[in-house]
Design a protein around this ligand. Structure first.
Ligand code: NAP
Ligand code: ZN
Ligand code: ZN
Length: 346
């Protein structure tokens, strides 16, 4: 079926309203009327081809919530009328070691991204959430708990799970001293989750104007990264640092803040390779790591945790026609803290 979408025709071009074709629902598919689509910085990186290898035309968007309109004959978990979400991946091989462990996002044969990639057949392009409808295999559809509005839940499908998953993997909890770098879409959810898990959380930002918000969102302390004295005073302080920053930074300045055996986990995906002096690691047996979104089961666990703790995203809802201007504001770190497109305006 033909549906409307916001489409990037080529690298760096403005998004334009246009029609795309979605497949008819197959036996295991769920057809979804999209209500909201969050704007992730990854949408911008990919539409501007900042990571290389982008496919055009591109329909960005992997933070999708909506209502089920139809299901295939073999679908067991969803029915028309259900409130659902779709995140960063829409399929994977289902047989490799990672898939067998429920880590579809690390599929060894390459998961199918929600956009800017191919279905598992390797030839059919995928189109994302800046659109009125989507058709997705039920395995990659999650239930949005009643306690969460579809608007504040949308950013959880990427920003939420990308921060929740490493916090869980590195066992953040009561007694952990955690720092989150960057108060944007990912950072504000990382901050909320780490605080809800019982950690003592410090937000490290390059924006002095964000201190009040950081504390309101649960930060016990705020560090301005340009304040060299404050940074020096926090050396050897944190067990775990979550780097959500979308730009390249002098990472050794942050590694110095880790305690003995601490880990700095990167989820931000800047364009240039990281450069780290080895001494910044060896001096305190520090680790540097990276993490992707979690698997399908963990996305559901994260949504249930968010509902239980009343943790939606802080959002600014926009009309689809304003998407290009919203992207410019994301690039200059001027988003509080996630733009969400009202798909009804597409
Ligand atoms: P965002 O909303 O733009 O937030 C990024 C934050 O980084 C900004 O709010 C800002 O925080 C800080 N920042 C930006 N430019 C900076 C600079 N030049 N110097 C210092 N700090 C700067 O972006 P997002 O949607 O949260 O995404 C963040 C990154 O994660 C992106 O690179 C995105 O592609 C990546 N990502 C990765 C995954 C994954 O699976 N690993 C998933 C989703 C997104 P302050 O103003 O507080 O400093
Ligand atoms: Zn994303
Ligand atoms: Zn696999």
């Amino acid at each position: 079926m033909d549906v409307m979408a916001y489409v990037a025709p080529s690298a760096g071009a403005r998004l334009e309203r246009s029609s795309i074709t979605r497949r008819e629902p197959g036996p295991r598919d769920v057809a979804i009327d999209i209500a909201y689509a969050g704007i992730c910085h990854s949408d911008i990186h990919q539409a501007r081809e900042e990571w290389g290898g982008s496919l055009f035309p591109m329909v960005p968007g992997h933070e999708i919530t909506g209502i089920v309109t139809a299901v295939g004959a073999d679908v067991t978990r969803f029915a028309p009328g259900d409130r659902v979400g779709v995140g960063v991946f829409v399929d994977s091989c289902r047989t490799c070691e990672a898939c067998a462990r429920g880590l579809e996002s690390y599929c060894l044969n390459g998961p199918s991204p929600t956009y800017n990639g191919y279905e598992q057949d390797g030839v059919t392009p995928t189109y994302g959430g800046y659109s009125t409808h989507i058709v997705t295999d039920e395995h990659f559809v999650v239930a949005v708990p009643e306690a969460l509005g579809l608007d504040v839940a949308a950013p959880l499908l990427c920003a939420g799970i990308t921060t929740y998953s490493p916090l869980r993997h590195w066992n953040v909890g009561p007694g952990s001293r955690v720092a989150v770098m960057g108060l944007g879409g990912l950072g504000h959810m990382g901050l909320k989750f780490a605080a809800a898990m019982g950690a003592e959380v410090t937000l490290i930002s390059h924006s002095p104007s964000k201190e009040t918000d950081a504390r309101r969102l649960g930060a016990h302390d705020f560090l301005l990264s340009s304040d060299r004295d404050a940074m020096r005073g926090s050396r050897n302080r944190f067990d775990f640092i979550l780097n959500t920053v979308s730009a390249n930074l002098e990472l050794h300045r942050y590694l110095a803040l880790l305690r003995l055996d601490g880990t700095l986990c990167n989820v931000g995906l800047p364009t240039e390779p990281l450069s780290v002096p080895t001494f910044a690691l060896t001096g305190a047996r520090r680790s540097i790591a990276g993490s992707n979104v979690g698997g399908c089961a963990e996305v559901q666990e994260m949504l249930d945790f968010a509902a239980e703790h009343g943790l939606g995203s802080d959002i600014e809802i926009i009309d689809a026609a304003d998407v290009n201007e919203a992207w410019e504001r994301v690039v200059i770190s001027d988003v509080r803290y996630r733009f969400v497109i009202d798909a009804g305006t597409i």
